[in-house]
Design a protein around this ligand. Structure first.
Ligand SMILES: NC(=O)c1ccc[n+]([C@@H]2O[C@H](COP(=O)([O-])OP(=O)(O)OC[C@H]3O[C@@H](n4cnc5c(N)ncnc54)[C@H](O)[C@@H]3O)[C@@H](O)[C@H]2O)c1
Length: 279
């Protein structure tokens, strides 16, 4: 149970956290803060937060648990700024889609400050943004990755794990580097490919699109600014994943060019077998 929760960033993910932990009865009070007053006020109107604050310090000072849910490039900086006014014993966590850069920036500078930071990434989301897209069931049955440091106290790790579990999430632990390598393949590359594919088509093609195009490019409807920063923060692992994808495309291309349709079918069958395992 959390006495006072501060949501720093009350967009789609922050909003979903507010709704989900209220539904679970896991928090007594939620204070919201967002740099965009419209998002902030909407989060109050939508019942995500019990109260809102227009200054980070005011939202933080009484919070036992603070969740940072803003674009990845701002997370480390806001954690360090908030650490200066955190309550004794407070725990910080976040929802950023990349982990290595945020963790190294925070780990180095948070030393000696009061709050304990437990890095997190919920593997649940949508192409929509803002508090109006928040859902109280977003995390139900989904994974949340925690990336604790070697010296993260067990009590803080347990508290953050229980918080996500109360919202219906399952927990896995990874190092920040493992996290970024894996999600380069399973999340960042698929977004990049969806953007590339959707960007290839011309307006005259639009009336002729159907389920196949919509399914493959759904995530290209996501916020370009948010995803540019995710690609930037995970550039190395993403370039590695992209290299693998280009090699795969070349294999398909050469089987087509050389009329080797057995090889082509083999490639498609292997892909189908993997896809059928992932539901
Ligand atoms: N969208 C997804 O599917 C998804 C899934 C998992 C994790 N995430 C991660 O969750 C985080 C939030 O993403 P989202 O989808 O909720 O985006 P969003 O655009 O819906 O919400 C982000 C909110 O952060 C606010 N914000 C920006 N800078 C801020 C700052 N310095 N201080 C306080 N608020 C600030 C914005 O005004 C906005 O309301 C990102 O780090 C993203 O990588 C997103």
């Amino acid at each position: 149970m959390v006495e006072t929760l501060a949501l720093i960033g009350t967009g789609m993910i922050g909003g979903s956290i507010g709704l989900a932990c209220k539904k679970a009865g896991h928090v007594k009070r939620i204070i919201g803060y967002d740099t965009n007053p419209e998002s902030l006020e909407a989060s109050k109107a939508l019942g995500i937060c019990d109260s809102i604050e227009y200054k980070l310090e005011d939202a933080i000072k009484e919070a036992d648990l603070v969740v940072f849910s803003m674009p990845v490039q701002a997370i480390a900086e806001e954690i360090l700024r908030a650490a200066k006014c955190a309550k004794e014993g407070a725990i910080f966590t976040d929802t950023g889609s990349t982990k290595a850069e945020i963790c190294s920036l925070v780990k180095e500078k948070l030393l000696g400050m009061a709050p304990v930071y437990v890095p997190a990434h919920p593997i649940a989301g949508s192409e929509k943004n803002g508090p109006t897209a928040a859902s109280e069931v977003l995390f139900k049955g989904k994974l949340t990755i925690l990336c604790p440091f070697e010296n993260t106290p067990a009590w803080a790790l347990d508290k953050v794990a229980s918080f996500w579990q109360a919202m219906g999430a399952r927990i896995e632990k990874l190092s920040p580097e493992e996290h970024d390598k894996i999600f380069a393949f399973t999340s960042h590359l698929p977004h990049l490919i969806a953007y590339a594919l959707a960007g290839l088509l011309e307006p005259r093609h639009a009336p002729f699109t159907a389920g196949g195009f919509r399914d493959t490019t759904r995530v290209a409807g996501s916020d370009p600014a948010l995803w540019t920063e995710i690609f930037k923060a995970n550039k190395g692992p993403l370039l590695e994943a992209l290299k693998g994808f280009q090699e795969g495309l070349h294999k398909i291309e050469s089987s087509l060019k050389s009329n080797d349709f057995n090889a082509l079918q083999g490639i498609l069958t292997k892909a189908q077998q993997f896809r059928r395992k992932v539901q």
